[in-house]
Design a protein around this ligand. Structure first.
Ligand code: URP
Ligand code: ZN
Ligand code: ZN
Length: 474
């Protein structure tokens, strides 16, 4: 199968130039001009940008909810990532009940995900059942193509929670086998103090979610994680950084030469905490995620940090929680919503690129090169997927996004589906969109419509010693 993508402007993390791309089967075979035919397909990208397929560093599909028992929306909703220009999702694998992590990964790939995933798929391990066996599993996971692991320092009282003893042990072991650790950094004592304090006063409405997760609790856990990781010689990625206080810990650590990578998410860059003030609790709970949405000053800071590189990657933190699960927040006895009972998380895999382009590139806040770097290249490097994924070069997988910068619209659930009943960006302006998307040479989005099929996505093993280890060497 020979496909020609012609007349487009190729954008990578370091360049922008006009050239044609010749695809042979699943790979980019050549980049240049005047390729001789015949071609099985020609795609005219005149007036469009040709970007590498997005790599989402942080996507929860069919994942444990923050109650630690139920799961959010499944793999049949992963097509939304392709619609938004993301061709590889890095998903999470928690322990299946009674299973170790190695078997849980096999179960996830061979049973849960089988025949259902639309984009390509890489995996972060996520320990939710720490046993005597766990540390010995890290090297086995790396050998299976899983060189990253996420630990949750928040959500105490659920299987997701990891204490400092386990965190230190995992960091030490991960460093021995080239694994990069990722942490959800919020101090659980700070959360308990504020959450219980407000609840005792009868303050249970959705807005108390953001009021009880203060920046200092996030910053403390970020600082502690960085110190622990540094002491254990393990690179660390602090995921979903939401505020200046936490971001400053990363900036300082980077200035001291510590191997820390910061991730933020589109909802922290674009959406305001006041969403949770909505008088209808069923509406307000849609924006309950952790860390919480913040205010304008934090948003301004995050844009600066992303441009200056101490926040280096944009993950969606997609957590598509259907309304019937969000509505578990209703407390029958009290006759009101109790914010502590609402599963945390927002959908976003489909809107990650749109949000960053609209509010970053189109508003003159970010270059196109930076956009590609944080959405495609850096996440591929962190996860050991580069240069197979995350860039446009000969030999890379032919994952391409033909991006129309002239598109203008308003986000609705119909135009920007999430796989569930709501989109947290609904009503916002959108500039630019993925018009055509190729996954390993196959057209999966055509005229902004999904034309792929479930099961088209493939597990892509990551290599150990990802980007974080380069920082360690400096
Ligand atoms: O609220 C969030 N972020 N939900 C998803 C799970 C997590 O903490 O990453
Ligand atoms: Zn998290
Ligand atoms: Zn997450």
């Amino acid at each position: 199968m020979r496909v020609l993508v012609k007349n487009g402007t190729i954008v990578t993390a370091s360049s922008e130039y006009q050239a044609d791309i010749l695809i042979e089967d699943e790979k980019i075979a050549a980049i240049g001009h005047n390729f001789p035919g015949p071609f099985d397909k020609e795609i005219d990208a005149a007036g469009k940008y040709v970007l590498p397929g997005g790599v989402d560093n942080h996507a929860h599909f069919e994942a444990l909810n923050t109650d630690g028992v139920t799961t959010n929306a499944g793999y049949d909703t992963t097509y939304v990532a392709l619609l938004g220009g993301t061709t590889t999702i890095v998903d999470f694998c928690t322990n299946e009940p009674g299973m170790n992590l190695v078997d849980s990964v096999k179960y996830r790939l061979d049973v849960r995900a089988k025949g259902r995933v639309a984009p390509d798929l890489a995996i972060h391990a996520c320990c939710t059942d720490y046993t005597d066996e766990t540390l010995g599993e890290l090297k086995k996971l790396v050998d299976m193509g899983i060189p990253t692991m996420k630990l949750f320092l928040a959500y105490r009282g659920t299987p997701l929670y990891m204490d400092d003893t386990k965190l230190l042990a995992c960091l030490e072991e991960a460093a021995k086998c080239g694994m990069t650790m990722m942490v959800h950094a919020e101090n659980p004592d700070v959360l308990d103090r504020h959450r219980n304090g407000e609840a005792e006063k009868g303050h249970l409405a959705p807005k108390y979610h953001y009021m009880t997760r203060p920046p200092y609790g996030e910053a403390e856990a970020v600082a502690r994680s960085i110190r622990f990781a540094d002491a254990m010689g393990c690179p660390i990625c602090i995921v979903h950084v939401s505020c200046e206080e936490a971001g400053e810990e990363i900036r300082r650590a980077r200035a001291e030469g510590k191997a820390v990578i910061g991730e933020t998410c589109p909802h922290y860059l674009v959406l305001d905490k006041s969403k949770m003030d909505h008088p209808d609790w069923k509406t307000a709970v849609r924006w309950i995620c952790s860390p919480p949405l913040r205010g304008q000053e934090d948003r301004d800071y995050l844009w600066t940090a992303l441009n200056e590189d101490w926040l280096s990657v944009l993950g969606s933190d997609n957590s598509s929680i259907p309304m019937y699960q969000k509505e578990w927040g209703w407390d029958e006895e009290k006759g009101c919503c109790d914010f502590r009972k609402v599963p945390n998380g927002c959908p976003g895999a489909g809107d990650r690129l749109n949000a960053l382009w609209t509010y970053g590139v189109a508003k003159g806040r970010m270059t196109k090169q930076k956009f590609v770097d944080v959405c495609c290249t850096i996440p591929a490097k962190i996860n050991g997927l580069y240069p197979r994924k995350g860039t446009i070069q000969v030999g890379s997988d032919a994952d391409l996004v033909i991006f129309d910068p002239d598109y203008q619209g308003t986000i609705t659930l119909e135009t920007n589906p999430t796989g569930i009943e709501y989109n947290v960006y609904e009503g916002l302006e959108q500039i630019g969109r993925a018009e055509t998307v190729l996954l390993r040479g196959q057209v999966v989005v055509d005229q902004a419509k999904y034309v792929g099929f479930p099961g088209q996505g493939r597990f892509i093993p990551g290599k150990p010693y990802g980007l974080g280890y380069d920082l360690l060497k400096k």
